[in-house]
Design a protein around this ligand. Sequence first.
Ligand code: F6P
Length: 326
Amino acid sequence: MNKEIKRIAVFTSGGDAPGMNAAVRAVVRTAAYYNLHVYGIYGGYEGMINGNIKRLEKGDVANIIQHGGTFLKTARSLEFKTEEGRALAYDSLMAHDIDACVAIGGDGTYTGANVFTQSYDVPFIGLPGTIDNDIYGTDFTIGYDTAINTAVEAMDKIRDTAHSHNRLFFVEVMGRHAGYIALNTGIGTGARYTFLPEVDNPLEHLVQLLQKSSKRNKLFNLVVVAEGNKSGDAMTIAQKMKEEYDIDSKVTIIGHLQRGGSPTAFDRVLSSRLGYSAVKSLMEGKQNVALGLVDNKISFTTFADAISKKKTIDADLIKMSEILSI
Ligand code: F6P
């Protein structure tokens, strides 16, 4: 028999992502509507360990839907990886009579939730919050749409100057293990080529493409580089291009710009739907699952599957991006 949920804690963890505030707002407001109490854990798992937990009323989440970052703060906690750390975290939750938690974050956040819930009887619901869009069990993660729009805007600006000077630019975007940001930024900006973590991208291939470009008198080229690709970061690739092929280029690293900024309408709606569904799911007795959006419907995936299964990048999209840049 599932215990009745009266007090829910919510926290954000791992890398911040635009839309996290909107998700927390949705959790707080939905819970308030159903007369449940919500507590905010400040600083992710670190805050849970240290007992940095405060009551959140519906007014506490006013005027945040449009803000990037996370007002609950976030962290990547090493201590939570230890049994002692998790025991302290449990004590903090019990000190506030917390019945269930909503964890908003990525892979590391889900891994923490999975380990914790195997030892302690506190139901968790996970919401996918990462700009990388690399979580299994959801078509989109919170923050991804905003991040690619930021990258596209930057690329458009770089295109202006690349075109004016007839230059080759390597533009590095985030994505240590996943190429979603890179691939879709490349497609959305008509990049000449995209380096992805998921595939091999030999430099010779790029050199051949640049030769073809120059034959058709295309003298500027934009290349997107996912930070975790196999050929090295954008700076390394640019250096190799110079040393091995005597090709000059410029490098721009968009970096953490992609993590900030006002969430797009898509991210606000996604976050709101997920936060609302998290509370409803807990009330219906669901536990230890990650929520997502698949085919525009809320979906449920066990933490174990969300962590162990890999969301693969669509090979046809990669082919399409190459075809469209000929
Ligand atoms: O997981 C999101 C992400 O933005 C990755 O794309 C990136 O590699 C990483 O976080 C950077 O993390 P940090 O801000 O901790 O250096």
